[in-house]
Design a protein around this ligand. Structure first.
Ligand SMILES: Cc1ncc(COP(=O)(O)O)c(C=O)c1O
Length: 457
């Protein structure tokens, strides 16, 4: 048996007891979110119809460390700490001197990192006396994570699932229903906004922006209900930092520290969750290359602009300072449904502006090629979203080989793809398109931002 490390497993005792809030260490503070009506910075009470105030407090907090409540820790222990694994077979296949580590978030009951925040959000809503949560979901990973978490804390849950994914991924809908949630395809006839979209385009494949608008409308029109978002917001990324905090302990246990970190970015939560504790080290002088990877079909960070934009299509949310393609943007129906979002978390956007992270994009064919190499070497079948981080790891490992450098690479392995096999099927049958957004499409899409305030950079 090899003496080399293949996985690092922490004991339950080592589960981090606090989340790390990067707002405490940002070189420049975030631009404030703006009230869509007045254009003024929003006040906590402006958000209380949508989120419970205990989560609003977290959203605005600049405390560096925030205690994780015991009830949340108890539920996280169902699958955490997650293993840090080394992709030895992939390294061998690539004949690279690089070491490739991955934080396996696919071991949660829902199969991804999403329950890390879903559990916390269900808990804080319950504490606040809320009885029901509404949300949107793309690939179904977030919806299933929230359905699970609502079940564990005794809340009702309704999920608006982007129609293209609802049709491509019936098993995630069944997971949600198994955990007792209601799940409908969006645009749906259940909300005024959904009916309006369907009237204009009965065949609409939907988008996360539309589904968010529906979930918020439902929340505003229902009693004892709040809305829950699976990415983008500060408190969501905060809850995900448990990933990076565990990874730091695991790497320290084997005397390693990464030269390169990568994660895929939809709204930014798995990437931020892994990277933020390391970005703190970078802010204080450590040298690390940190890559945020997105689809070429939805190139928010590589081709979008830093603007104030709405988080949803119906323009109901506060205006967030972020890299965006415009809230009207409906991405091509790529299989990485969780990356089809027009914006990027304000925290990630700030770090991009400050040059602390580097954006990269890959098209769908490149990411499936990477995913297949991974599955055929490491065994685990990655989610289509995760394949973006893997594509980068493979490129960097090949570069390390060319340069003869022993780089240590760490990626966020955000979820498994066992329920995403139709995407692999389409790829293996040569039926997928390597969608990339053209400059004309980007210019047209950014038109929806005309007339909105501009953040000063
Ligand atoms: C497996 C997986 N990875 C990544 C993402 C992207 O989301 P985020 O950028 O918030 O991590 C999703 C979103 O649904 C997902 O399901």
């Amino acid at each position: 048996m090899s003496k080399k490390v293949t996985k690092v497993v922490l004991s339950e005792r080592d589960l981090p007891k606090q989340w790390y809030n990067i707002q405490a260490d940002l070189p420049k503070p975030l631009h404030p979110p703006l009230h869509p009506g007045t254009g003024q910075p929003i006040k906590p009470e402006d958000l209380e119809q949508i989120f419970p105030l205990n989560l609003v407090e977290q959203e605005l907090s600049t405390e560096r460390w925030i205690d994780i409540p015991d009830e949340v820790l108890d539920k996280l222990l169902l699958w955490r700490p997650t293993p840090l694994q080394r992709a030895r077979n992939l390294e061998k296949y690539l004949q690279t001197p690089a070491k490739i580590y991955y934080k396996n978030e696919g071991v949660s009951p829902a199969g991804s990192h999403k329950p890390n925040t879903a559990i916390a959000q269900a808990y804080y809503n319950k504490q606040f006396g809320i009885k029901r949560l509404t949300t949107e979901t793309g690939a179904g990973q977030w919806g299933s994570a929230l359905a699970l978490s609502c079940r564990l804390f005794g809340l009702e849950c309704k999920v608006y699932m982007v129609r293209v994914s609802y049709e491509q991924k019936p098993y995630r809908r069944l997971m949600m229903q198994t955990w007792g949630a209601e799940c409908v395809p969006s645009p749906s006839p259940d909300t005024e906004f959904g009916r309006q979209v369907l009237k204009e385009n009965p065949a609409s494949s939907g988008s996360l922006g539309i589904a968010i608008s529906e979930a918020i409308e439902d929340c505003l029109n229902s009693e004892n209900t709040r809305y829950s978002l699976g990415s983008v917001l500060n408190h969501v990324l905060l809850h995900q930092t448990i990933i990076g905090l565990e990874a730091q302990k695991q790497l320290a246990a084997i005397g390693e520290y990464p030269d390169i970190i990568a994660g895929c970015v939809g709204g930014g939560s798995n990437f931020g969750g892994l990277a933020f504790p390391f970005i703190r080290d970078k802010i204080y002088g450590r040298e690390i290359e940190i890559y945020a990877v997105e689809p070429a079909a939805c190139p928010t960070m590589t081709k979008g602009s830093f603007v104030y934009d709405f988080g949803d299509t119906a323009a109901k949310t506060p205006l967030l300072p972020m890299f965006s393609l415009g809230h009207g943007f409906i991405p091509a129906p790529i299989h990485a449904g969780g990356l089809r979002y027009h914006g990027t978390a304000p925290l990630i956007s700030r770090l991009l502006l400050d040059g602390l992270i580097t954006p990269r994009s890959y098209n769908q064919l490149e990411t499936y090629e990477a995913g297949l190499i991974w599955a055929r070497t490491e065994g685990y079948i990655p989610a289509p979203e995760t394949n973006h981080a893997i594509a980068l790891a493979i490129d960097e490992a090949r570069k390390a080989k060319e340069e003869g450098k022993e780089k240590t690479i760490l990626i966020s392995w955000s979820g498994h793809g066992l329920l995403d096999l139709p995407g692999y099927d389409a790829y293996m049958q040569g039926k997928l398109t390597g969608y990339a957004m053209s400059d004309q499409e980007i210019t047209a899409s950014l038109k929806s931002l005309e007339g909105l305030p501009k953040p000063q950079v």
